[in-house]
Design a protein around this ligand. Structure first.
Ligand SMILES: Nc1ncnc2c1ncn2[C@@H]1O[C@H](COP(=O)(O)OP(=O)(O)O)[C@@H](O)[C@H]1O
Ligand SMILES: [Mg+2]
Length: 246
């Protein structure tokens, strides 16, 4: 029997069909996979293949048309909206592809709001200073989103997701708007968090350098996954591939 010691995220037969008027868009088709605690996963695949849809479902931002999503063994697909939100706030840091910053708040306000909502003050005396410094945002903390470049907004969105040290980080193309230097800083930070704090990370990316930072790559196409569904299967497939070449 397969053993999965510390499975944190599990998708079972997940499907999502968007409906607008009479038109149905099947964005995810019967997707299953497992992520163990401390894995760093990159999701890759062509535009429109369902990557963001999958990440939004895993983060409890919407309900699937069918199938189940388990976060630390809790089936979030059966929860009410407010219960799902509670799980998300407690466990997940989400970096949105379009940043989703609040336009009326400064960069600092956006980051601090996430901290207040979470409400455990786990950052202690350091406040938001350390992450702001690391992401090169110090001179920008009083600016509102409209006054920031795309790359700066993206770094604020990343700081907001990381500030509460969530056990799971879900990031939708987190380096998509960054220059190579900032992309490198962000990837290194994610790698560090993954190694030191064992934060589980799922990151959508188009960038092969970003993908090579991850410990496993999930390939998607047309709403489906084209790689093994678990770390166990992934590693045994790698071993087979290596032995074939020997
Ligand atoms: N809110 C929505 N309403 C209708 N269709 C949507 C919606 N969001 C995404 N889609 C469609 O679902 C498919 C998958 O989209 P998405 O998950 O954003 O793909 P990706 O992130 O891989 O580019 C696409 O065909 C997209 O047009
Ligand atoms: Mg997307």
């Amino acid at each position: 029997m397969e053993k999965f010691p510390d499975r944190t995220i599990e998708a079972k037969n997940l499907s999502m069909t968007y409906r607008s008027g009479n038109i149905e868009v099947p964005a995810l088709k019967n997707v299953s996979f497992r992520v163990e605690k401390g894995e760093f996963i990159a999701i890759m695949g062509p535009s429109g293949c369902g990557k963001s849809t999958l990440l939004h479902l895993l983060g409890g931002l919407m309900k699937p048309t069918s199938g189940r999503i388990l976060i630390d063994g809790i089936d979030i697909s059966t929860l009410t909206d407010s219960e799902r939100t509670a799980v998300r706030r407690r466990k997940i840091g989400f970096v949105f592809q379009r940043f989703n910053l609040l336009p009326t708040l400064s960069a600092k306000g956006n980051i601090e709001l996430a901290k207040k909502i979470h409400g455990n003050g786990s950052l202690g005396r350091n406040g938001i200073g350390e992450i702001v410094e690391m992401l090169g945002l110090r001179g920008k903390i009083n600016s509102r989103p409209a006054e920031l470049s795309g790359g700066e907004q993206q770094r604020v969105a990343i700081a907001r997701a990381l500030i509460n040290q969530p056990s799971i980080i879900l990031a939708d193309e987190p380096t998509g708007s960054l220059d190579s230097k900032n992309a490198h800083t962000v990837l290194k930070k994610l790698r560090d968090l993954n190694e030191k704090l064992e934060q589980t990370i799922i990151m959508i990316t188009h960038d092969s350098e970003a993908a090579s930072t991850a410990s496993r790559v999930i390939e998607m196409k047309d709403g489906q996954i084209h790689t093994p569904i678990s770390k166990f299967e992934y590693e045994s497939e790698l071993r087979t591939a290596i032995s074939v070449h020997e």
